[in-house]
Design a protein around this ligand. Structure first.
Ligand code: ASP
Length: 350
C-alpha cells in the first residue's frame, strides 16, 4: 500500500520525549553529549510546523540517556499512553537507541490488545547537527503513527521501532550498529514497512488485534531475572553463585548455535536444581538469526531433560522483558513456562 491509499484525515499524535541522542547537545566543559529539553529539539526542527498531523507533546523531566531506562519509567510510558489513549490516533516515543529494543519489547507485553501505533525512534546524530538522521526518523515516525486505513483502523497497530527507512516489530528488534544510521534490525522477522519514496507496508506480517476490545495496561514487571551467556571454559563456582541467588525467578541462558550447551554434569545439575526451585530457564541462541531447536544435538537434549524451556527465535531483549512481565503477573512457574512457549504479541515464531 502507498501513501495515497492511507485515508486522508486530520490525525492526532502524542509525541513523548524521553531523551537520547536525538535531543542531546554538547556540554562545553566536558565535551560529552547530554540530553537537552524539548524546546531545544523543536527549535532545531522548523519542518515540525508543516506537518499535517496535529501533535501534542509530553517530556520526561529531566530527559534521560536511555542507559538509565527503568521499570518505573516503562510503567510511566504505559500510564501516559493509557490515560490519553482515546484522544490520539497514535503515539511516537523519542528514545535513546541503546535500550530502545528493551523498551519496545517491554511495552509490547505491557499493553495487551494494543489497537493503535506506538512508534519508538531516535537518532545516531543529534537533531541540531547538519547530517542528523533525527529529522527523517521523527517525521516518518509521525506519519506512520497517524497512518490509518479506509476502515478507520490503524495500519500498524503495534509497538514498533522506526529507524533509517525500516519499520520493525518492537519485540523482534535489536540494536545492531553503534555508529551507522541503520542502527536496528529484526533478524528473525520481516520488516513491517520499508519507507522509501512510498510506504511499502507488509500487511501480512502486521498484527491484527481485536479492534472492538480495549487496550489493557499492565504496570508491574518483576526484575528478578538474569541473562547468562555460555562460553567455552565457563566456571562452575561462578555459575553456581548466579544460579543459586535466592531472589532469582528467571534465567535467560544464551547458548550456542541452535541451543547447545557444554555437556558438563555440574551445569546440567545446577540448571535442574534451579528449575526444581521454580526458576524458569529460557534457552535462547547467541546467534542473531535462527531458532533454538532443543534435542537436535545431544548437547541440547540434556537441557530439555533439565526442564529448560525453548526461547525459539526470541531476541534477548524480548526474552528478558517477557519473563519480567509474566513473573509479575503469575506466581506459578508452570504458567510462566507455558506462556513462554506461546507467542503473546508476535515475539516468537511458533
Ligand atoms: N546513549 C544514547 C542513549 O541511548 C544513545 C542514543 O540515543 O542513540 O540514550
Amino acid at each position: 500500500m502507498n501513501n495515497d491509499n492511507a485515508k486522508a484525515r486530520h490525525n492526532k499524535v502524542l509525541l513523548i520525549y524521553t531523551g537520547g541522542t536525538i535531543g542531546m547537545g554538547r556540554n562545553p566543559q566536558t565535551d560529552a553529549l547530554e540530553p537537552l529539553n524539548f524546546e531545544h529539539l523543536i527549535a532545531n526542527l522548523p519542518e515540525f510546523a508543516y506537518l499535517k498531523t496535529e501533535i501534542d507533546t509530553y517530556q520526561f523531566t529531566p530527559p534521560i540517556d536511555s542507559s538509565d531506562m527503568s521499570l518505573r519509567r516503562w510503567a510511566q510510558l504505559v500510564r501516559i499512553i493509557h490515560d490519553s489513549y482515546d484522544s490520539y490516533d497514535g503515539f511516537v516515543i523519542l528514545h535513546g537507541t541503546d535500550t530502545m529494543a528493551y523498551t519496545a519489547s517491554a511495552l509490547s507485553f505491557m499493553m495487551e490488545n494494543l489497537t493503535k501505533p506506538v512508534i519508538l525512534t531516535g537518532s545516531q546524530l543529534p537533531i541540531g547537527q547538519l547530517r542528523t538522521d533525527g529529522k527523517e526518523n521523527l517525521v516518518t515516525s509521525i506519519e506512520l503513527a497517524s497512518a490509518y486505513n479506509d476502515d478507520g483502523h490503524a495500519i500498524v497497530p503495534e509497538v514498533c521501532i522506526y529507524f533509517s527507512g525500516r519499520l520493525l516489530r518492537g519485540n523482534r528488534s535489536t540494536k545492531e550498529n553503534a555508529d551507522g544510521f541503520n542502527a536496528f534490525n529484526s533478524f528473525n522477522y520481516p520488516h513491517l514497512c520499508e519507507a522509501g519514496v512510498e510506504f511499502n507496508f507488509r500487511h501480512h506480517y502486521i498484527l491484527k488485534p481485536d479492534f472492538s476490545k480495549p487496550m489493557i495496561p499492565h504496570y508491574a514487571m518483576d526484575p528478578n531475572v538474569v541473562v547468562f551467556s555460555l562460553f567455552p571454559g565457563v566456571q562452575e563456582n561462578i555459575v553456581r553463585h548466579v544460579l543459586e541467588a535466592p531472589e532469582l525467578r528467571g534465567i535467560v541462558m544464551r547458548s550456542f548455535g541452535s541451543g547447545n550447551a557444554p555437556q558438563k554434569p555440574w551445569l546440567r545439575q545446577l540448571l535442574k536444581d534451579a528449575t526444581k526451585r521454580g526458576v524458569t530457564v529460557v534457552n535462547i541462541s547467541q546467534c542473531v538469526a535462527g531458532c533454538v531447536k532443543m534435542g537436535r544435538y545431544e548437547a541440547s537434549y540434556q537441557l530439555k531433560d533439565a526442564g529448560i524451556v525453548s526461547g525459539y527465535d526470541c531476541t534477548v531483549e524480548s526474552a528478558v522483558t517477557k519473563l519480567m512481565y509474566l513473573q509479575a503477573r503469575y506466581s506459578d512457574c508452570h504458567t510462566i513456562r507455558y506462556l513462554m512457549n506461546k507467542s503473546l504479541c508476535g515475539e516468537i515464531t511458533k
